[in-house]
Write a protein that binds this ligand. Structure first.
Ligand SMILES: Nc1nc2c(ncn2[C@@H]2O[C@H](COP(=O)(O)OP(=O)(O)OP(=O)(O)O)[C@@H](O)[C@H]2O)c(=O)[nH]1
Ligand SMILES: [Mg+2]
Length: 200
């Protein structure tokens, strides 16, 4: 998709604040600092629309980015950030769970993991949980610029094995917001999950 117009439309913590539209939505989930906001910026060709930071825990609400009035990207707070209080972590968990289980126009979830490491317990739980709710999942192994191409196959099999990856309803893609590797493929996946996709 050629993206010209993007606005950060709504910051929400509860369903009453979600945008009232029927546009399809794609959510981005993953550990804090894994690169969700960077992926958002890369996909929409903006350097700093989604706030990124070397400090984890930057994104604290569900941020709805209206892309070309065609869909929303929903940037979700990262999990697994130790410095967030237990209470806040529970509130984040509830916010994400409510969104994913109740949002009719959610078309798919991009679940980010770090290409360099085996998925964490929380990555595995997130994948199992999305899978349980039958949400289409694209596992994106990000920061791929930090590993050599020759290690891609190995890294992919480590990640898929740990996740107990089910290729029936999940896809996998390496990605780098630094080199833009995988950007077209991620867009293609998103477009394939739009209700009005062409050539369907
Ligand atoms: N080398 C490299 N660094 C990346 C990549 N993606 C993100 N980063 C860096 O990782 C850090 C965290 O990126 P963010 O996009 O803010 O991460 P986030 O997942 O949105 O984090 P939270 O909002 O805390 O959940 C930043 O310093 C980014 O510059 C990538 O593909 N390659
Ligand atoms: Mg973020």
């Amino acid at each position: 998709m050629e993206v010209h117009n993007v606005t950060m439309e709504i910051s929400a913590v509860s369903p009453a604040q979600y945008p009232v539209t029927n546009l399809p939505e794609i959510a981005l989930v993953g550990r804090s600092n894994v690169g969700k906001s960077s992926l958002t910026n890369t996909l929409i060709n903006r350097k700093g629309l989604a706030r990124t930071s070397a400090q984890p825990g930057k994104t604290q609400t569900l941020n709805f980015y209206n892309v070309e009035d065609a869909l929303y990207f929903v940037d979700v707070p990262g999990y697994g950030y130790a410095k967030v209080s237990k209470k806040q972590r529970e509130a984040f968990g509830e916010m994400i769970e409510t969104y994913i289980t109740s949002r009719a126009q959610l078309r798919g979830v991009v679940s980010l993991v770090d290409a360099r490491h085996a998925p964490s317990e929380e990555d595995i739980m997130m994948y199992e949980w999305l899978h349980y709710y039958k949400v289409p999942i694209l596992v994106v192994a990000t920061k791929a610029d930090k590993i050599a191409r020759g290690k891609f196959n190995h890294a992919e099999s480590v990640i898929k094995k740990a996740l107990n990856f089910d290729s029936e309803d999940s896809d996998f893609q390496f990605f780098s917001s630094q080199t833009k590797y995988g950007k077209d493929e991620v867009w293609q996946w998103i477009e394939n999950h739009m209700p009005n996709k062409k050539n369907a």
